[in-house]
Design a protein around this ligand. Sequence first.
Ligand SMILES: [Zn+2]
Length: 420
Amino acid sequence: MAVSSEVKAFLREDALRRFLSYVKVYTTSDDESGKTPSSEREFDLARQLERELREIGLSDVETDEFCYVYATLPASPGCKGPVISFCAHLDTSGAAPGENVKPVFHRNYDGGVIAFADDPDLRLGPPDSPELSRFVGEDIITASGKTLLGADDKAGVAEIVAGLAALKKFPELRHPEIRVCITPDEEIGGGTAKIRTEKLGKLCYTFDGGEVGEIETECFNAHMAKIKFIGVNVHPGYAKNIMLNAGAIAARYVAALPEWQTPEHTELREGFFHLLKIGGDENEASIQFIIRDFEAETNQKRMVFLKSLADVFMKKYPGLKVEVEIKEQYRNMVEVLNNALAVVEVAQKAIEMSGVKVIRKAIRGGTDGAKLCFMGIPTPNVFAGGLLFHSKREWIPVVALERAAEVFVNICGLWYEKTL
Ligand SMILES: [Zn+2]
């Protein structure tokens, strides 16, 4: 059963109003701070959300000391379904400025180039973001040219809160018990660092994806490798057959990796080695890589390669020490979601019910959902509607807010009846 036009109109107005208010709150997370939340300013939006969730009439509304906002909506009478959760993140990326965001409407988009009032050199058109062509005639929101917009992920937050408001306002919209969690610090990889999974349901959906219709059930397998080179130093004038220049050798090590397996030469399902840092001198040098692939086995081969290459270098330069340290960062959530197909099917059905074509995608990155999956809560990622995240050209079509909020309502309706 699709939602009524009255509900749709409510969702459109409510999600948009909340979105415009959230993007104005400065919530850039800070990857240097080492704390949770990484910046105190994230509490400003957390407290606002806490107030709004109370106003809507949710119970057990709480902002904890780590800036996680939790709230519960009890099930409609007669519900058979499990307790379900929704997550979105309130911080924005540090990759572009996030203070004093001024959302700008571009009404009835004509398919051409969008200009930015605060930066005459900045342009946005279909060559930058081909998805724009699908929204000709729609209203588009961007920032003014000086900042990112923050649709990642304030669109997701607004869609969830608007959906909850609709469930309260229209009791004919049935739903199971819903536990919502809005998190800080997703952009610095800490969105689930202090999450209390006992406050969540048996399954969860993050609203943090891109284009309308997207559902993501796969992400990278991710590792971080630190490689240290310890050389032998003497006066360069008398160094023949003695010096082992750690810095120079580290550079040769990097050069020995296949160039075609780097982010700048890969796409779709291809994995890579990505050099993050290189530094050092004759005595000691270190390099840092991230290693990514959808297939765990292929990533494993990359790690074996790094270690074997280290051995080759130690043989080639007797006296050189190379230490390889590898850590897992996150895993491909498909491992978990393949055993929780109902969770994914409900989201797909909910998207179809809103009249949108389902786009299955694999995230070339990570997601809080992946972490939650391995904490025992299957969590696919649903679209929030924004595009060109983390940049001054970030944009969202207004219609995306309404569609995603509708998908939220549909997911709730489907889980009202369905058992796990
Ligand atoms: Zn995000």
